[in-house]
Design a protein around this ligand. Structure first.
Ligand SMILES: Nc1ncnc2c1ncn2[C@@H]1O[C@H](COP(=O)(O)OS(=O)(=O)O)[C@@H](OP(=O)(O)O)[C@H]1O
Ligand SMILES: [Mg+2]
Length: 444
């Protein structure tokens, strides 16, 4: 569902060099040879295929440092441990806060999801309200209009209780709890602060509190996506994927089966059983993942490990992800593309930005989304995922090969046809070619 945007604060220029460009991937339109595509589109994609070599990681550029005075420092200044910063910004504070906060949000959402399923175990959609656009809205992401209406009093009370229930456990995540419980007014005020409308200048956080709402209400996959945008560029992304299993094969099992299994053998503290938080900072050349903090655990940076995109470049062995709902992306068009490119595996259909996480973690190679004409993609549905895939070694563009433009408000304005994220440049190039070859005969 819709993303709440946290209020803007002072603008700061983005200082780090583009690691994606260093790998030979396009980062800005000027990195590409400008070409004119069919139907007069501006093209960003190169006309000849890139080399088949797997995506490179910038290796030593980013580090996790464990110190006595401070448990964790995100150091991504190109010089390794504590190496010359040269005035470059490392986003250590922002990253640390964002990961901790997303961990708390994951706990809150998991509790709400559990209670939704308990309330209506059959359909997995108890406690769900519907909005005019017929998309589901849940207690986990109510807006302030609904909550402050006279009909919303009981709902507001349950939201406040859920929020306080998590905040009291803040120390578990390395955060301070408020001195006293928040009241309804405090919660509404916090929601109302989310008033930024984005744009090309300044600095703001963009949040999708529950991405993949359908998956959420069905007890399946969903994500909590938080990104920091500076002067129109995504500089930091954190993706919480509370139901994302550590083994990719498990994604194919229905979530209910997984829930049953978890009851038989509950995950142990710090285990890599289910649920993870991924994060990356632009220009770092590395992306990271840590397990979800479960009820009995504590957040520990020692559990973080680096993730990288898959090195598979042969379409025969590659897997592509796409939305579950046909209404959100044309399954028939992607099936045609898959056939023409030589993809043989069944598509991985999974709700939410977990698709981005799957590419970043090397569980799949391609993500394609082709929404129906007229649908405008929103920045909060992509920002965090894009930076994480890029820093894990992948490439994300629209179907014309241009980078997604996060500088034009809440929508990805100017998006050419669809979104293509790939683990490597060669697969990406092949998909772009296939889109061009079949677009005019498609019904999209
Ligand atoms: N009609 C239509 N076309 C294209 N895209 C749409 C459409 N409707 C919604 N959305 C947006 O898609 C987000 C869900 O995308 P997913 O990739 O998770 O799709 S799916 O649920 O797996 O089918 C979903 O995000 P959430 O609302 O956060 O779930 C929407 O922002
Ligand atoms: Mg969303």
């Amino acid at each position: 569902m819709g993303g709440l945007r946290l209020s803007a604060w002072a603008a700061a220029p983005s200082p780090c060099p583009s690691s994606a460009t260093a790998r030979g991937f396009p980062r800005s339109p000027s990195d590409w040879r400008g070409l004119r595509g069919r139907r007069g589109r501006s093209r960003c994609a190169p006309s000849s295929p890139p080399s088949a070599s797997p995506a490179l990681s910038l290796g030593a550029a980013g580090r996790l440092r464990v110190g006595a005075d401070r448990e964790w420092l995100w150091d991504c200044r190109g010089g390794g441990l504590g190496g010359g910063g040269g005035g470059k910004k490392d986003y250590a504070k922002e990253m640390e806060a964002a990961v901790r906060v997303v961990q708390v949000a994951c706990t809150l959402c998991q509790r709400v999801q559990d209670s939704l399923l308990l309330a209506d175990p059959g359909s997995g959609s108890g406690g769900v309200h519907s909005k005019l656009d017929r998309s589901p809205v849940t207690v986990a992401e109510e807006d302030d209009k609904t909550l402050s209406s006279s009909d919303g009093t009981a709902l507001l009370e349950s939201v406040v209780a859920a929020v306080n229930g998590c905040l009291v456990e803040a120390p578990k995540y390395g955060l301070r709890s408020p001195e006293k419980d928040l009241g309804p007014h405090d919660v509404l005020q916090a929601i109302r602060k989310c008033s930024s409308t984005g744009g090309p200048k300044g600095r703001f956080w963009v949040l999708d509190p529950v991405d993949g709402t359908l998956g959420f209400v069905r007890g399946d996959q969903y994500a909590i996506a938080l990104a920091l945008i500076e002067d129109g560029e995504v500089v930091l992304g954190v993706l919480g994927c509370p139901n994302y299993p550590m083994k990719k094969e498990w994604l194919n099992y229905h979530q209910r089966y997984y829930r049953l299994m978890s009851k038989v053998a509950p995950p142990t503290s710090g285990s890599w059983n289910k649920g993870c938080v991924m994060y990356a900072h632009k220009g770092c050349g590395q992306a990271w993942m840590q397990p979800l903090v479960h009820d009995f655990g504590m957040l520990s940076w020692h559990n973080s490990r680096e993730v990288q995109v898959s090195s598979v470049s042969d379409p025969v062995s590659a897997t592509f992800c796409e939305p579950v709902e046909k209404a959100n992306s044309s399954h028939s068009f992607t099936a045609g593309l898959a056939h023409s490119v030589g993809l043989r595996n069944q598509p991985l259909r999974v709700y939410s930005m977990v698709k981005y996480a799957a590419i970043a973690r090397g569980d799949a190679e391609i993500f394609m989304k082709f929404a129906r004409a007229g649908y405008k993609e929103k920045i909060w549905d992509h920002a965090a995922g894009v930076v994480i895939i890029q820093e894990a070694g992948g490439v994300v563009t629209d179907a014309g090969g241009c980078p997604l433009d996060f500088s034009r408000g809440v929508y990805l304005e100017g998006l050419d046809r669809g979104i293509i994220a790939c683990s490597g440049a060669l697969l990406h190039w092949r998909i772009l070619q296939a889109v061009d070859a079949s677009w005019n005969s498609s019904t999209l």
